[in-house]
Design a protein around this ligand. Structure first.
Ligand SMILES: Nc1ncnc2c1ncn2[C@@H]1O[C@H](COP(=O)(O)OP(=O)(O)OP(=O)(O)O)[C@@H](O)[C@H]1O
Ligand SMILES: [Mg+2]
Length: 234
């Protein structure tokens, strides 16, 4: 049997903001079902890469294929198969957590029962009726995680998913998003950004290090030492 098409293919991918190059000449492939962890200092281009893969930013150079479809042209065909967790929660602040998730469930034609299941999995059942505007940062992050996984996307793009979570919450959501080595044995493809070398490498298959928008490191996660990641930040 031929190998299935990789979930992600980037060849010489680039993205600018005005004159500033945020990503330059990024080339990589990721097989379906694998986890890519992305490291790099503030401003290295991690969020830009994830937003590009999420079809929220157009690539300006090179080739980008997500779930077998070329971007930006076929973005419409893959958007519903992606779960994106960004620096912003993408929740309506005046609505409650449950209302937000029900809205997303309708958009993605997900059964209403899934909303309560996911709220429970992120430990937000007790506060899911409160407006998002009245929740703490960590609570909002829990809801944002719930929103990203609600429709069981084939591709999960997670930008610092454990930001603002207390240790118990981080341990609780780990199985849901499959980070930190506690992941389910599903066939979901993941791209996760992290500033935690040891924690980020755990449970990842491939490690990418970005610096100044360029690939500074790309290797099997098992071949990378946390010290090599720390080097990116010097
Ligand atoms: N909307 C924007 N307009 C202009 N420049 C931007 C914009 N977003 C990002 N940049 C620039 O692109 C570069 C890469 O930013 P990006 O947000 O991708 O970095 P990052 O690796 O996610 O950093 P962090 O660890 O701080 O989240 C930076 O120089 C940043 O200032
Ligand atoms: Mg970022």
């Amino acid at each position: 049997m031929p190998d299935p098409a990789p979930a992600l293919v980037l060849r010489g991918a680039g993205r600018r903001y005005g004159e500033r190059a945020a990503l330059r000449d990024v080339t990589l492939e990721l097989e379906a079902g694998r986890t890519l962890v992305v490291f790099g200092p503030n401003g290295a281009g991690k969020t830009t890469l994830l937003r590009m893969l999420a079809t929220l930013l157009r690539p300006h150079a090179g080739e980008v294929r997500v779930l077998g479809r070329p971007l930006p042209g076929d973005g419409y065909a893959v958007r519903g198969r992606i779960g994106f967790l960004g620096h912003e929660a993408l929740l309506y602040r005046e609505l409650s957590g449950r209302e937000n998730l029900r809205f997303h469930a309708k958009l993605h034609r997900v059964a209403a029962g899934r909303v309560d299941e996911v709220l429970d999995a992120v430990g937000m059942t007790a506060r899911c009726g409160d407006p998002v505007a009245e929740l703490s940062r960590g609570m909002v992050q829990r809801l944002a995680i719930a929103r990203a996984v609600l429709h069981e996307p084939e591709l999960l793009l997670l930008d610092e998913p454990l930001a603002n979570l207390d240790p118990a919450a981080a341990a609780q959501v780990a199985p849901l998003i499959g980070v930190g080595g506690a992941g389910p044995s599903d066939r979901r493809t993941r791209v996760v950004t992290s500033h935690d070398p040891a924690g980020g490498l755990q449970g990842a298959d491939v490690a990418l290090g970005l610096k100044g928008g360029r690939v500074a490191l790309l290797a099997a996660a098992t071949d990378v030492e946390p010290a090599q990641i720390a080097e990116l930040y010097r």
